[in-house]
Design a protein around this ligand. Structure first.
Ligand SMILES: Cc1cc2nc3c(=O)[nH]c(=O)nc-3n(C[C@H](O)[C@H](O)[C@H](O)COP(=O)(O)OP(=O)(O)OC[C@H]3O[C@@H](n4cnc5c(N)ncnc54)[C@H](O)[C@@H]3O)c2cc1C
Length: 321
């Protein structure tokens, strides 16, 4: 059983890089060919302090190549691979609590649109990300006194998209020329785009000096929370704040980033996606509900991320049932 609060495909903040160790793990899942059809890189080009070093992946026990795949696509593909191997997936189910029997967890309580749902378990793997809400229910704590990483990423159209090297810029300076603790990266995706980002280290006493304030981040989170923005639209809103320095609401209004969940407004895009991929539509009609991800992805692309993925999915299943 694979339960997730999100509806797939879903976006997530990541540099999208896959090291040879990650490639090795994906090979064990039988995804070698799929991965090779995406970006393949041969090592790291490290820039900084007056020099550029080309550092090929060392090989040895690990593959001699790395890759980079947008996590919207990779995570969806991993999930589909798990489903094909026999897993049952439940989307849009937020784990909020557990039921204990004696000293062990015997069930997980989920909040869904159709009301609470409990799924019993013998073994529970909590893989709910860095904030780990269910982990917190089970006693996980964030050790705020330790150093943590703060990073931001963007997607940029670039001729470096097919570069066989991933790049790291190890010398970041602020406007006054002082060296910063962080680094920058350019990870070619082989799609015409690169994943471009910066990361730095911070502690609660010395928060990172970022171009977006904690209040602006909180506003974006609130807009995701009340359903105005999807995670993909939130990404565009943050990009807009970083580009223009305007506040979040202004960027959302000026760029028309509100999420569209109106069924009538989405019906045409759904019909087009179904017509463009009749083989996928046929699979869904035959009961392969997991195949809906491909059509949801097409609608998300056509609406530049504005469609509400959950509504789109429901609409697709309704039309093909
Ligand atoms: C800017 C940035 C750049 C990065 N770059 C790279 C990189 O280049 N390469 C790399 O390997 N790593 C990179 N990382 C790290 C990497 O993204 C994370 O380590 C990785 O995503 C963690 O995966 P995960 O499966 O633990 O969590 P996630 O991928 O976050 O998955 C957690 C899942 O749990 C779900 N969930 C959350 N709460 C609940 C709940 N209550 N109930 C049910 N489901 C829930 C979420 O919807 C989500 O799908 C980067 C991270 C950042 C922030």
């Amino acid at each position: 059983m694979l339960a997730d609060a999100a509806v797939f495909p879903r976006d997530k903040t990541c540099g999208d890089g896959l090291t040879p160790r990650a490639v090795g793990e994906l090979q064990l899942l039988g995804l070698d060919d799929w991965l090779r059809a995406h970006a393949v890189n041969q090592g790291l080009r490290a820039h900084g302090f007056g020099q550029t070093l080309l550092l090929p992946w060392p090989g040895g026990n690990l593959p001699s190549w790395g890759s980079a795949v947008a996590r919207t696509e990779l995570d969806d593909h991993l999930r589909t691979t798990a489903i094909k191997s026999g897993a049952t997936a439940v989307d849009g189910a937020r784990a909020v609590d557990v039921r204990r029997e004696g000293g062990r967890v015997a069930g997980v309580v989920f909040k869904t649109d159709d009301g609470p749902l409990e799924i019993g378990c013998r073994t529970l793997v909590v893989a709910d990300g860095v904030r780990s809400p269910l982990g917190k229910v089970l006693g996980r704590e964030w050790h705020r006194d330790t150093v943590y990483g703060v990073a931001g990423r963007s997607y940029v159209a670039s001729e470096l998209s097919d570069d066989p090297w991933i790049s790291s810029h190890l010398e970041l300076r602020d406007e006054a020329g002082t060296v910063l603790s962080g680094y920058g990266w350019i990870f070619p995706l082989g799609t015409g785009e690169v994943n471009l980002g910066v990361g730095t280290l911070a502690t609660s006493k010395r928060p990172a000096d970022l171009a977006i304030s904690p209040e602006q981040v909180a506003r974006v989170v609130a807009l995701v929370g009340d359903g105005t923005l999807s995670v993909g639209l939130a990404r565009q809103a943050v990009d807009g704040v970083l580009e223009t320095g305007a506040d979040v609401d202004t960027v959302v209004a000026e760029r028309g980033l509100q999420r569209v969940s109106d069924v009538d407004a989405l019906a045409a895009a759904v019909d087009e996606a179904i017509a463009a991929q009749p083989d996928v539509a046929e699979k869904i009609r035959a009961g392969k509900v997991a195949a809906a991800g491909a059509l949801v992805g097409a609608v998300m692309k056509a609406t530049r991320g504005q469609a509400d993925a959950k509504t789109v999915r429901e609409l697709i299943l309704q039309k093909l049932s």
